[in-house]
Every structure is written in structure tokens, then in C-alpha cells.
Design a binder for this molecule. Structure first.
Ligand code: NAD
Length: 295
């Protein structure tokens, strides 16, 4: 194995275990987070720039595109020639493309590589990476994806990873809502939830939301519903991703009415009801407790 030095900026819920896995694999990892967090095996440094010192790769795992742009302004001038910036955050497509242009102009490589798999996947090294960037930049980052994850798909040029991520999560948000409202209807029709699962999970209404992450407690495989709807994948993270999908749809004039409605429903749930801090599948008890609303 070639031993690389890796800078890691953003050691939060996802970044800390990802950085720890790289360190456990034998890489030298220089970590920085404004909150002062660190991770096992990682050498803490005092600034984002210091994380670039001698680094072959700099990985970012940050909350959003605005912060990514700010951090990229610090990192890119400090990176050594030929180093590659790998952004694993979920951000808007335009931020990914702009940071790519900035990195390219400075002679650095760039890959946008958002992930799926959540905190469990980050800790277990089983994330899926969906990546955008040049063939060379993607190929160079593959050994790192292999350590932090189980699969990496090269989706296209810069921004393609973010595009794949938001399209996937727009489908996920809409299918989870459809699954939850159908359980609410089934309840009111007197249909047993287990029977509903038995039929739908093997019929044309099946989906990941029903089959792998069933929102009904005690039905289907273990899921956050069996743990009082503790996340899992928090409703506010789904809200963020749906917001990114609608921002992108607006930018390219795409008609996404289901995505727009999913955004409105999660916005209502998180910002005006009790959805914050609950799993995104907690839409089931929400629908079940309500009567018919005006269309
Ligand atoms: P988090 O809030 O736990 O971590 C983000 C970290 O970035 C924090 O520790 C924060 O202090 C740090 N940070 C903020 N500004 C900084 C700056 N200027 N310099 C250095 N550090 C800075 O969030 P998370 O759950 O780890 O998620 C990170 C990213 O991964 C997000 O974009 C999120 O959408 C995405 N994501 C999260 C999950 C999940 O299940 N948590 C799943 C898939 C993707």
C-alpha cells in the first residue's frame, strides 16, 4: 500500500469515524474541525491550512455548500502541487462545480464524493461513494474510498456525484412519504400492518422504504421505527437533501412536483411540528394521527 498523508477537515458524526478508518488502515491523517473534535489515530492540527501540510489528499466532510466554499478558499492555496481535494459532504451541485474550477485553476485535483450509508456505514467502513470528477482524480482517490466504503461509483464530471445523491434522496423522500401515508390509510381501513407489509413488500408497491426500512414498528426488519423513531436518518437531513434537489431542479428548469411536495411536507414536519430530532420515517405516526386534509 502506498502510504499517503491525508488532511481531514470536518470531524463530525460522519467525518470522525471516516478519518479514524483511514488512520487505522495505516495512513497519516491530519485532522481539523472548528469545534475542536478529533478522531482515533488522527493527529489534530490547529487550522485547516495545517491539515494540508504534505498532504496528498485533503478530505472535507462539512455541513453545506456555503461552508465548503469558505473552507476550500483556505485549503486550495495551502495544498501541495498535484494533491487532490475530495469533498464527501452533501452540497449543492453548483458549489461542487465551482470548487472543482477553483482547484483545477490552482493545479489541484478535485472529486465530489457524497456518501450514502449514514453513521453506521461511516463507522463500519461500508459507505457508498457517488463520485464526480476527472478519471484521473477518481482513480487516485479509489484506495481511500475502498477503506471508508464498500462501493464507489464514478458518475461523471464534477458535480455528478452530488447530482446522483440528490436524485436518489428525492426518490427516497417521496417513497417514504408514499409508504407512510399508505400505512395511515390502511390503518383507517382496518387492515393489519403486518398483512399490509406481507402484501406490499412482495407486490408492486415495494420499495427500500417498505422492505428494508419499514416505518411501522414491529413490522419488517429492524428499523428506527422499532427504536421510537430515533434517527437513523434524521428528518432534518432529509429536509436538507430535498431542498438541494429543488434548488437543482429550479436551476435546470426540471419539473419535479413530487420532490416539491416532499420538501413542503418535511418542512412542515421539521419546522412547525415535532419532526426535528426524529427519524424521517416518523412521518407514519404523523399521518396516522391526522384526519383528511384539504387537497
Ligand atoms: P456534523 O454536523 O456532525 O459534522 C460537520 C462538522 O463540520 C462539524 O463537526 C463542524 O464543527 C465541522 N465544521 C463546520 N464548519 C467548519 C469549518 N469552517 N472548518 C472545519 N470544520 C467545520 O454533520 P455530519 O452528520 O457529519 O454530516 C456531514 C455531511 O455528510 C453533511 O453534508 C451531511 O449532509 C452528509 N451526510 C450525513 C449523513 C448522516 O447520516 N449524518 C449521511 C449522509 C451524508
Amino acid at each position: 500500500m502506498t502510504t499517503y498523508t491525508i488532511g481531514f477537515v470536518g470531524l463530525g458524526n460522519m467525518g470522525a469515524p471516516m478519518a479514524a478508518n483511514l488512520a487505522a488502515a495505516g495512513y497519516t491523517v491530519l485532522g481539523f474541525d472548528v469545534a475542536g473534535t478529533t478522531a482515533k489515530g488522527v493527529t489534530s492540527v490547529a487550522t485547516a491550512e495545517a491539515a494540508c501540510e504534505g498532504a496528498d489528499f485533503v478530505i472535507t466532510m462539512l455541513p453545506n455548500g456555503t461552508i465548503l466554499r469558505r473552507v476550500a478558499d483556505q485549503l486550495i492555496p495551502a495544498m501541495k502541487t498535484g494533491a487532490t481535494l475530495v469533498d464527501c459532504s452533501t452540497v449543492d451541485v453548483q458549489s461542487a462545480r465551482d470548487v472543482d474550477a477553483q482547484a483545477t485553476a490552482a493545479g489541484a485535483g478535485f472529486v465530489d464524493a457524497p456518501v450514502s450509508g449514514g453513521i453506521g456505514g461511516a463507522a463500519g467502513g461500508t459507505l457508498t461513494f457517488m463520485a464526480g470528477g476527472s478519471d484521473t482524480a477518481f482513480a487516485s482517490a479509489l484506495p481511500l474510498f475502498d477503506i471508508m466504503g464498500q462501493k464507489a461509483v464514478h458518475c461523471g464530471g464534477a458535480g455528478a456525484g452530488q447530482a446522483a445523491k440528490i436524485c436518489n434522496n428525492m426518490i427516497l423522500g417521496a417513497t417514504m412519504l408514499a409508504t407512510c401515508e399508505a400505512f395511515g390509510l390502511a390503518d383507517k381501513l382496518g387492515l393489519d400492518r403486518q398483512k399490509m407489509f406481507d402484501v406490499v413488500s412482495t407486490s408492486s408497491g415495494y420499495s427500500w422504504s417498505m422492505n428494508a426500512y419499514c416505518p411501522a414498528p414491529g413490522v419488517g426488519p429492524q428499523s428506527p421505527a422499532d427504536n421510537g423513531y430515533a434517527p437513523g436518518f434524521a428528518a432534518e437531513l432529509m429536509l436538507k437533501d430535498l431542498g438541494l434537489s429543488q434548488q437543482a431542479a429550479e436551476a435546470v428548469d426540471a419539473d419535479t412536483p413530487m420532490g416539491a411536495l416532499a420538501l413542503a411536507l418535511y418542512q412542515q414536519f421539521v419546522e412547525h411540528e415535532d419532526g426535528k430530532g426524529q427519524d424521517f420515517s416518523a412521518m407514519l405516526p404523523r399521518f396516522a394521527a391526522r384526519g383528511r386534509q384539504a387537497p
